[in-house]
Design a protein around this ligand. Sequence first.
Ligand SMILES: Cc1ncc(COP(=O)(O)O)c(C=O)c1O
Length: 435
Amino acid sequence: MSALPDLHDRYTGSRFAFEQRRKTLARGVSSAIRANQLPVPLTFVEGRGAHVRDIDGNDYVDYALAYGPMVLGHSPEPVLYAAHQQLSEAISYGGSHRRESELSEAICRTVPCAELCVFSNSGSEAVHAAVRIARAATGRRRVIKFLGHFHGWLDPLAVGNPGHWDASPATAGQDPLASSSVSVLPWNDLDALHATLTDDVAAVIMEPVAVNGGCFTADPGYLEEVRERTQQVGALLIFDEVITGFRLSLGGAQERLDVLPDLAVLGKALGAGFPISAVCGRADVMEVVASGAVAHIGTSNANPVCAAAAVASVTELERRAHEIYPQLEDTGAQLAEILRDEAAEAGLPLVVNSVGAAAHAFYASTSVTSYADTVRTDPAAYRVFAEALLDEGLHVIPRGLLYVSTMHGPAELARTRSAVARAAASAATSLRSRS
Ligand SMILES: Cc1ncc(COP(=O)(O)O)c(C=O)c1O
């Protein structure tokens, strides 16, 4: 039998561009996570609706969606229009402008806990601001975070991240002392919480739906108990809604789950792809910023173009919420079902957890209902499947996260079903030959 054809011919342009980039751009990517894409980090040239196109001319149905922000799909008209309008006025002032108050008003209208806001550029920065606000508001240092929850790349909270099983630093170069006042607990474990949540804790921070670790929802009553216990000891509850905000419902996970945090962090979907993030929360807590006690500083905070885009994004999501969120719910469920059905048909062990417009797939033969369960999954085997999906024209995050947008319609889902069927068959074959 002749040698297998080189499936990677379709990535020649991306491979060449990657090699060129590496000469001047460290590791050839601008975020370490992007280096994980196999067979090579793709070089993209266009994003429209539910599709992205690479430098080789390959068109993909996009389930990575820029790691989450593109709830309205790529290049949504109202967002483009608003950004262009703002660009015709100015790029940045380093001063106040009407877009920032339009945006803070839009957030206070749509996010249940929001009475006051501040803006930053990335989710990581806004998490940092939220923790600083919590420490200032409570006069305490200790912070509780959870194993397998992700809150960005900055030193203090980059411990116990997805793929890690203890509180050791996530990366070389990280200052372990920066996390000295951070306790990392298992999530969904009330005993662990009760043992650690004492009256010296400034804040408990969590992803209210643990999307990064595997798209897990809390046990019934858990979030309510965390809410009550934090109130009892005078600690603040921070929901990191960088993924869940504007994705799991207009008002984020807090609205969907009906649990009100003291502070929430927003990013990703807020800017529809433009780099902007926010901390919002109760006015009495945010008072430490309002009074000037907490310095919240940044040259590009609430950049007018990003703020204009975010206003357009939130306004569009708000205007069409009654239609958008049921549609996202349905599309997310359909995607999960397609993956489960076609993997089963091909004999590929696949578990798909899905919550609204977010999902996480694992190579596993038994259900994965908690972060602890992820030890029984095989991320390397999933990456083989992810690569096969890419070969079949579906752009996915190699770690298993999947996102849908309002632009994923019946045509994309039909194409997805046949692509998943072929990819699952090919991955099953290559994984069988590997073992
Ligand atoms: C829940 C959560 N918080 C914070 C962050 C950090 O956001 P950024 O990458 O914009 O710094 C992320 C990024 O993926 C995230 O998923």
